[in-house]
Design a protein around this ligand. Structure first.
Ligand code: URA
Length: 435
């Protein structure tokens, strides 16, 4: 096919495209030779007709090959990373990665910005004054060698195609497509020179993927793409119906992650962090048992080794490690608006997407990639699903620096809480393992 419009037509008409077709599209788009309007039409055609597994794999390879791959050959093994498909209040990476690094796992982590109502590790770390989220390749490799863990954002060298494609998907309604999600995640992660990858696929109202069946299919697709590249991939499907922990917003989440690393975190964040860290350790050393990896993860959290690791990494990337104890050193919001319960009852539901949207409206998230983030703002929940409350009791508080969208955000948060006369059925936090 000669012209890009022919590739768009072919995808529109349900034909299967080849690796060569995807290379033309991805390389042309990354070099700005294909305009956004043609790529948008292509993405929507793919979203509507879906991609075969062979196409998803070809798209991943085209995206991977269009950027640099990290040469991690002089970083000792095992090199393992984790990736979350995105949630609300999901600060688990900031806890699980230091635990796994303290166990000797090497983690070269490329981190993403939050978009829409979900947060990104990039923005959370940027709320730490001085923290450098864009490391040069050499610095990144050296830090992984010395500290076992380094974080860096996507650049024009590392996964440039995903950076541009994700931004376009976000404004064209084409984010929630399994093949596009798989290619986006795997093209970044396969560039890291990994031995193994753990996926945390979020499922529920606050997630891109709403149902378990769909999540399982996405997991299987990413596992098969990993296999082609000799990277062992496992996926945990985890609940994202209500926000994780109590805080939503960048500096607020760094604060809660720091508390968790000091043994004072919310039960859901602590449990999930230990489970993910244990599985990263196990993936790095598959000859041992999951039970012994879990015991080690618990121990490294309890004895302060993971906290020390997080502080070392913050210092190595230019931030002040004292922020883990002194939250006044993090950006602080100037305004507070409390939301209270309208009546007695049990909290039956807290819609994670509404809470995420409210936080984004206050400035914690973006509508477009160019939007700037306000690191100080967000929401702190006082209660979680299943808690009993009385009329007038505080449910949560919104923290803001500008009044502009406060009333709208309060409305969203009020609507997010659903009260019931009886306690709801408890929902498991960890839904499934796909391997
Ligand atoms: N996370 C990513 O990195 N890409 C997606 O497309 C979705 C979640």
């Amino acid at each position: 096919m000669d012209r890009i419009v022919d590739l768009i037509r072919a995808k529109r008409d349900g034909e299967e495209l080849t690796l060569e077709d995807f290379e033309r599209l991805v390389n042309g788009f990354t070099r700005s030779e294909i305009p956004d309007y043609q790529m948008s039409a292509f993405l929507m055609a793919g979203y509507c007709n879906d991609f075969t597994d062979a196409e998803a794999t070809a798209l991943t390879m085209a995206m991977l090959n269009c950027g640099h791959r990290l040469d991690m050959s002089d970083v000792p093994k095992p090199r393992v990373d984790k990736h979350s498909t995105g949630g609300v209040g999901d600060k688990v990476t900031l806890v699980a990665a230091p635990i796994a690094a303290a166990a000797g796992i090497k983690i070269p982590m490329i981190i993403g910005r939050g978009l829409g109502h979900t947060g990104g590790t990039f923005d959370k770390l940027q709320s730490i004054p001085g923290f450098r989220t864009e490391l040069k390749m050499g610095e990144f490799q050296t830090q992984v060698k010395e500290h076992g863990l380094a974080f860096t954002g996507q650049t024009d060298e590392i996964s440039p195609a995903d950076r541009r494609l994700y931004a376009l998907r976000d404004v064209t309604g084409t984010v929630e497509c399994a093949a596009l999600i798989a290619a986006s995640i795997m093209s970044k992660k396969l560039a890291e020179g990994l031995d193994a990858l753990l996926l945390d696929i979020k499922v529920g109202r606050g997630a891109l993927i709403k149902g378990r069946g769909e999540a399982r299919k996405l997991a299987q697709l990413m596992i098969s793409i990993g296999r082609r590249m000799n990277v062992s991939v496992q996926a945990l499907l985890t609940d994202m119906d209500q926000p994780l922990g109590f805080t939503v917003g960048n500096a607020l989440e760094v604060m809660e992650a720091s508390q968790t690393l000091q043994g004072q975190g919310p039960p859901d964040v602590t449990t999930l962090s230990i489970e993910l860290a244990a599985r990263m350790i196990y993936l790095g050393e598959p000859s041992r048992s999951m039970e012994s990896a879990r015991d080690q993860a618990q121990q490294l959290l309890a004895d302060g080794s993971a906290l020390t690791k997080f502080r070392d990494v913050i210092a190595a990337q230019g931030g002040d490690p004292e922020i883990v104890y002194r939250f006044d050193l993090l950006p602080n919001a100037s305004g507070e608006q409390v939301v209270t319960s309208p009546r007695d009852g049990f909290i039956g539901r807290i819609n994670a997407d509404d809470i995420g949207r409210a936080a984004a409206m206050l400035g914690a998230g973006r509508d477009n990639v160019e939007d700037t983030i306000d690191p100080a703002v967000g929401v702190i929940l006082q209660s979680k699903v299943g808690d009993q409350v009385v009329a007038g009791q505080q449910l949560c508080a919104l923290y803001y620096t500008a009044e502009t969208h406060v009333a709208e955000a309060v409305q969203l948060v009020e609507d997010a809480f659903r009260l019931s006369a009886n306690p709801p059925e408890p929902r498991p936090l960890i839904l499934d393992l796909v391997q």
